[in-house]
Design a protein around this ligand. Structure first.
Ligand code: GLN
Length: 312
């Protein structure tokens, strides 16, 4: 089965059908994110999965072409852009350790003087978006253009309803940003930063779009057009931080079950990378208590178990 990704569409199509059948009993379990009302309205019975090979060919199953709210998955792409544009100095403002706390937690920030544990919890992502804003002058548009280019889909867009819903219920993110600003770890005005962050989180993409967009991490830093975004070493670093921090306080369990760098979002999506081979995306809106898709994690678990493809 390990040949499936390099080998042929028929193999891969069969594999994806099998995974969809295996996880079918889990689809609809868990709960869609309730703290963002626009996400709570999404039908929890969706399931889609896509695999993109290094040349950008994509195969999928279920709702793999249906756009959904990428949410925190965008944090990976924002990090990659901030590193590409601004280099290593970012790491003076954000750490690289798993937090062991929920993605929107405030508790560690005071002990650690306003330096978030990692770029994938909300506090860390706000610092990354702040850096990208300073570097580019328009962080969310820069990110959107990047995602359109890498996915090959010019229709990838912001979702104004989701962005507005987040804004209305954004007190916790506002608290994180203001608190870090009080330590001097935010450069831009907090309201402008929050706008960019909420637009960023609202970007709607399908599994096919996300799998393709994640390929630069499978290609060791090379973009879809062959140009280099990250050095090989930086791509390794981003993958490593995804593995250790990409699924929040469930990163240990995710590594144990899936064995791949992965990044989840509260829209129910997860992107995972098999360096040198392929990128995957899965979507099902029902979340576990840590904010990760129940059926999505199970599908990735089945993928690595059946193919033997993992970083371990
Ligand atoms: N937009 C969400 C938030 O800031 C992203 C969280 C997530 O996907 N884990 O709360």
């Amino acid at each position: 089965m390990a040949a499936a990704v390099d080998g042929g569409a028929p193999d891969l199509a069969g594999l994806l059908e099998r995974i969809a059948a295996d996880v079918a009993p889990l689809i609809g379990s868990g709960t869609p994110a309730e703290y963002i009302p626009a996400l709570a309205e999404v039908d929890p019975r969706h399931f889609g999965m896509a695999v993109a090979d290094l040349d950008g060919n994509v195969h999928g199953v279920g709702d793999w072409r249906v756009p959904f709210s990428a949410q925190s998955i965008t944090k990976v792409f924002a990090l990659a852009l901030a590193l590409a544009e601004g280099g290593d100095s970012l790491w003076r403002r954000v750490g690289r350790e798993p937090s062991g706390n929920p993605f929107n937690s405030l508790v560690q920030l005071e002990h650690e003087n306003g330096i978030p544990r990692n770029p994938f919890i909300n506090a860390g992502a706000l610092v990354v978006t702040d850096r990208l804003q300073t570097l580019t002058g328009d962080a969310s548009s820069e990110l959107l253009e990047f995602l359109r280019a890498e996915s090959g889909n010019p229709d990838v867009s912001f979702d104004a309803e989701v962005a507005a819903s987040e804004h209305e219920h954004g007190d916790r993110n506002a608290a994180l940003a203001h608190f870090m600003a009080s330590y001097g770890n935010i450069d831009n005005p907090v309201p402008a930063l929050l706008d960019h962050y909420f637009w960023q989180c609202s970007i709607a993409m399908s599994c096919a779009d996300l799998a393709r967009a994640g390929l630069f991490l499978a290609r060791h830093g090379l973009r879809a057009d062959g140009s280099r975004l990250l050095t090989r070493s930086e791509a390794k670093q981003v993958n490593a931080v995804m593995l250790t921090c990409g699924t929040y306080d469930a990163a240990g369990e995710f590594a144990y079950r899936v064995g791949l760098p992965g990044k989840s979002g509260v829209g129910g999506g997860i992107v995972a990378v098999v360096p040198g081979r392929c990128a995957l995306a899965v979507w099902s809106p029902g979340l576990d208590s840590r904010g990760n898709s129940v059926a999505g994690v199970a599908a990735l678990d089945r993928f690595t178990t059946l193919t033997g493809l993992s970083v371990f």
